[in-house]
Design a binder for this molecule. Sequence first.
Ligand code: 13P
Ligand code: SF4
Length: 358
Amino acid sequence: MTIAQNQAALGASALPTAAERFGILERPDLTFTPEIARETADLYERVKAFIPAFEWPVYAPYVHAINRLKKERGAVILAHNYQTPDIFHCVADIVGDSLQLARDATTVDAEIIVQCGVHFMAETSKLLNPDKTVLIPDAKAGCSLSESITGADVRLLKERYPGVPVVTYVNTSADVKAETDICCTSSNVLAVVESLDSDTVLCIPDEYLAMNVAKQTKKKILTWKGHCEVHERFTAAELLAYKEADPTIEIIGHPECHPDVIAVCDFAGSTSGMINYVKDKRPARVLLVTECSMASNIQAEIKGVDFIKPCNLCPHMKRITLPKILDSLLYMTQEVLVDPAIAGRARLAVERMVNLKQ
Ligand code: 13P
Ligand code: SF4
């Protein structure tokens, strides 16, 4: 069953939909007026390196309407570091890596969360906030890792390796999380693995993340053959060619890359780990081995760093756009629901991760 089919099946219950609970609003006029130009001028300053001035009249009415509607609805926008600069800098309230977004989702007061990221992130927010309304502007925003494994696969793994604890990457469906002892993200995977009282750990479904963590622990790591379709495309040879052209370039990578790629990186970490590294070290030239919107997002904040961007885009993250965010807030779509039969167990796995002391 696809994510959309699953959500449609869950939504077919007799419970009122988000649109019925909150009502729908009238579509605003999206003309670029002098008032909108004035009220969005400071936001344009943050993104002007990426959005040409002649295009801003198309973006600005959406930015303006979304920011107004957020207040009217009492909604908060959570955005992943891979969202495009217009979303990241102009409409998001909270930005971060997967772990930060999961943690922040537990502290927001707003009744409505609009998740600008992929479906598993919205599902994680819903698991942690069962009483809040969680919307994703496009429910088809999936993830190759999440699609690589099902709950039934995990049950078979547990039969094959009885007693071995299961650490599941947060990039999975609630169905998979429900079969899991504890979740992890790329920023805490080592701490999570080390926290378990077992010499052998199943670390699924990202094979490369598991291989990278295996190099840092004495525990035996068993894994699965899932890959991120963005990070698996980078090769060590490609990165070494950049280094050869300019030996001063610092290369920093994401642990979803193959270990051969990580071996030629000067640093590896989660998306926020990479951002903090650039902010702290201020390398003159840096190559970010990850989804390429992230370099644009930090480039807008950090001056004096020359970013090299091999542009691998995540097609799932890129499904989220300003017009779809506006529709979410107007029509209260698309609501993220989790099957009550699995929600409790999936929530426990996420909460164990969020509450883990590091
Ligand atoms: P983090 O932001 O947790 O590093 O995850 C990267 C990623 O690929 C999310 O889809
Ligand atoms: Fe999934 Fe990779 Fe896209 Fe992240 S970047 S959402 S891991 S496909």
